[in-house]
Design a protein around this ligand. Sequence first.
Ligand SMILES: N[C@@H](CCC(=O)N[C@@H](CS)C(=O)NCC(=O)O)C(=O)O
Length: 310
Amino acid sequence: MTDLILHHYEASPYSEKIRTLMGFKGLSWSSVIVPPIAPKADLLTLTGGYRRAPVLQIGADIYCDSALIAAELDQRFPARALAPNTAGTATPLLDNWADRILFWQVVRYSMGLRADAVPPALIHDREAFWDHKIDLDGLKADVGYHRGQITTGLGWLENLLGGADFFAGDTPALTDLALYHVVWFFAKADTTASGSGLSLFPALSAWMARIAEFGHGTRTELAPAEAIIIAVSTTPAPLPATGLAHPAIGASVQVLVDEFGTEVIDGTLVHIDDTRIILHRDTPQVGTVAVHFPRHGYPLRTTSIQGENT
Ligand SMILES: N[C@@H](CCC(=O)N[C@@H](CS)C(=O)NCC(=O)O)C(=O)O
């Protein structure tokens, strides 16, 4: 039995994506609650600087980013697999739209709606993390605009889904979860006396209900300190058998996050392939951990080795 530890927080939409995947696969997992704002000392001890939710820990292996976590869970638990990205599959384009466009429309909308109630500590934290000022008055004034952007997108999804159960057919794909958590975020924010704006979209509403039925699997709470003890007392799993012969293997490198934010994660590059980067990090607090990142969206800074980043 693999011990799955999910570092997450309740309101985090990306965490909801993985909690729902746990439910789809019928998995048992330990839940470590991460604070939604910095400092996040326990999480950073494990990741070396990556601060987002969710993060999956399996022993001394730390998986950053929900797309990579989903791929890892699918590989380890293939009995109920997500629909694969076979030839002719366009759904990864939708994942990208959900992450890079729709998610941010909902963030802006939700912040604008709650402009008078957003805790100042959250604003200060996100301003520092996103490295720009948040114009709450502007977001408040643009609430109608952002809601219209979102409902236009939901209309596209409604048409695309048509009468199908899921976006790739009979079986859910990663896309279904990537869209689900953003629509979940919207539906939670967009509540009026007459219900959520989601009710304008019957196919999408039925699809949301179908996915919500997966539940979250079997969750047991775990203290952050316990998760660190587990990392200390285990060693990273063997590396994948096939990797690229990259000139920076064995050297000190940095992984960045190109989406937004200011994280820089230092470590020794031990594996790289078309989909994943693995760093080993040694620290007095946790010993050796392997920190895994997707290739897509995570620049690898190796300038001192080969003169350019990859
Ligand atoms: N690309 C990442 C995005 C994760 C992300 O941005 N998570 C949000 C919460 S839903 C976050 O961590 N925000 C900053 C914070 O909570 O400190 C993924 O797919 O996991």
